[in-house]
Design a protein around this ligand. Sequence first.
Ligand code: GRF
Length: 214
Amino acid sequence: MRVAVLISGRGTNLISLIEATKTPGFPAEIVLVASNRPQAEGLAHATAAGIPTAAIPSQGRSREDFESDLDQALVRARVDLVCLAGFMRLLTPGFVAGWGDRLINIHPSLLPAFKGANAHEQAIASGVRIAGCTVHFVRADMDTGPIIIQAAVPVLATDDKATLAARVLAAEHRIYPMALRWIAEGKVTVDVDDRVTIADLASAETGLLISPAP
Ligand code: GRF
């Protein structure tokens, strides 16, 4: 499976996907890393790993112009699946519909709670005891779409948004490669009611509450 990763910033989830896809026998390869911010630090990680990059600036352009360039780059690279990994630009319903169930995202909350850019602040402000992260297929509304996998972590009384974000991020780095592997293995289906089914979970994971549990 040919994968593109779209980023806007530092790219630690990108790194976790690069590391996973470089392991022998992994059923997907990253063929393009694209950023809407040319200065995104993550682009250097891709270059260091020998992966082609594309900087496609979004600032000051219409969404349609930007997405048309992005779409062309993805098609030219013969991409099968697009992974959003800290990609901070909302995509239009047209772009989202065009990629359908070939577009996934990671979000640092247990969706549908705490959508948007400040998920950790929302989690702390609301007093929840459990936080986490979600990999999901993308739908037109922000941070919605069929859920593939979630991982939960505790919220400690001493947490601020930085310490909570770090704990959640470690969980993100575990579940995004798992979701990618399952999709590339053809195990993930989206049902008519827009819920995900995963076939034949095999590998063992411990230390985090991860669902679906392999
Ligand atoms: C992650 O927390 C991700 O869930 C969110 O943006 C952050 C990106 O971090 N969508 P990084 O660029 O992958 O380090």
